[in-house]
Design a protein. Structure first.
Length: 423
């Protein structure tokens, strides 16, 4: 049976989205967003942390979220086809080096393309080991990260080390990619945000941060999120690819070339992670530095899990981690201190919800933690620098712990598969 005719057949066997849970309508989603912004406005007013929802904070959070989001998007492609990709960090490392190598010599967009290619090569290597040779996916991913770290260090010694303005651990300066700002509207929103009005200024700060000093590569990265959703959930190609991650034996019986789709998914995964690495080198810093990925590949994987292997949820997770990271850089201890109050209020809301659901033990635990956070906030003015530095990673652990009960990974994710095993 051909792949084109198998698409219709698999429609009836494809897994239901969301595991049978009711989907949120657009008005409900907008209401949740408005409620979240209202909560941020309340915390900003009480704490005096005026930078919490400023234009600069939102713009910085978006820039920090993009590499994480691209890594998470890469993980989503791979795992939807049934291949766990722990090697995202290594593929990002390849993207930073190859992006910088081409960027300082031939221009930033050449760096973007070569960064994608570098990450895709890492993805191809992961696909060969996991799909063709059935190597354990975790072992393969870790090996690729170790290989990428050693390879880029070796290459830097005789490329950047001999280039003007470079060293064995750092590339020469890379020309920037053009940035865009909507004139008039951006200044008007910044002016409203500066007045610190309740809710209105916070809304202006969020909107202003999304249209101010925006790199063109950021726009491309944002468009990749709905693009991925459309390809994977609205096309026959996407249906076949996802079937490989849910039940490859059944997919093969319907004529799908499972190996081909797994290879495509993992190579695309590596390319997206490489793009995230190139973004770090070209847009975020304008220079390659050894170790600059800083574990963002792993955080991207966490964002994907938080998002329940869906593009929109993954983007929300990446935005959360980017926002926390930006808080650390802008205002540091003061902003992160205000987040204690935010977490305490959120836990109070959780307590009310758990009482409504008659989950009394969980409600008591949440209330105790909320009281502890309120006390910590009231008795301190700033947080220790060590806690501020660890805030993005603590956020990652907390979010994964709180969201673990609603997650549903693809059924065949990480499971070994051999062509013809269903016959």
């Amino acid at each position: 049976m051909s792949e084109s005719t198998s698409t219709v057949s698999m429609t009836s066997t494809a897994p239901k989205k969301g595991g049978g849970r009711r989907k949120l309508s657009l008005p409900v989603i907008l209401l949740i967003i408005a409620g979240g912004l209202l909560l941020f406005s309340l915390v900003r007013t009480i704490s005096g942390a005026e930078d919490l929802t400023s234009v600069g904070q939102i713009s910085g959070a978006l820039q920090l979220a993009v590499p994480i989001g691209l890594a998470g998007l890469g993980g989503l492609w791979s795992e939807r086809a049934g291949v766990v990709n722990i090697g995202l960090e290594g593929m990002m490392i390849l993207g930073t080096w190859f992006g910088a190598f081409a960027g300082y010599q031939w221009g930033p967009w050449s760096g973007v393309l070569l960064g994608i290619a570098g990450g895709a090569v890492g993805g191809l290597l992961h696909a060969v080991m996991t799909v063709t040779f059935n190597v354990n996916h975790i072992v393969s991913g870790v090996a690729i990260t170790i290989l990428a770290t050693g390879l880029t260090r070796y290459l830097s010694n005789f490329t950047f080390g001999e280039a003007e303005g470079g060293s064995s651990k750092q590339s020469p300066r890379i020309d920037p990619i053009d940035r865009i700002t909507i004139p008039g509207l951006s200044e008007w929103l910044a002016d409203i945000q500066g007045k610190h009005w309740f809710f209105v200024s916070d809304l202006a700060g969020v909107l202003g941060g999304l249209i101010t000093n925006l790199s063109l590569l950021t726009v491309v990265a944002i468009l990749l999120i709905p693009g991925t959703w459309w390809v994977l959930w609205r096309t026959g190609f996407g249906l076949r690819l996802r079937s490989c991650g849910e039940n490859p034996v059944a997919a093969e019986s319907l004529g799908v070339n499972v190996y081909k789709y797994k290879y495509i998914a993992v190579v695309v995964s590596g390319g997206l992670a490489g793009l995230g690495g190139a973004f770090l080198a070209i847009v975020s810093t304008g220079i390659y530095q050894e170790g600059q990925t800083g574990g963002r590949g792993y955080i991207g994987l966490a964002a994907m899990i938080f998002g329940n292997w869906m593009p929109g949820g993954m983007a929300l997770g990446a935005g959360l981690f980017g926002f926390t990271d930006s808080l650390k850089l802008r205002g540091g201890a003061v902003n992160v201190h205000a987040m204690l109050l935010l977490l305490a209020i959120l836990l109070l809301i959780v307590v009310v919800w758990q009482l409504y659901k008659k989950k009394y033990l969980q409600a008591v635990i949440s209330a105790a933690v909320s009281a502890l956070l309120f006390t910590w906030y009231a008795l301190t003015d700033e947080l220790p620098s060590q806690f501020v530095d660890a805030a993005p990673y603590v956020t990652t652990l907390l979010v994964l712990a709180l969201s673990a009960q609603r997650l549903r990974m693809p059924k065949a994710d990480g499971l070994p598969y051999r062509r013809g095993q269903g016959k």
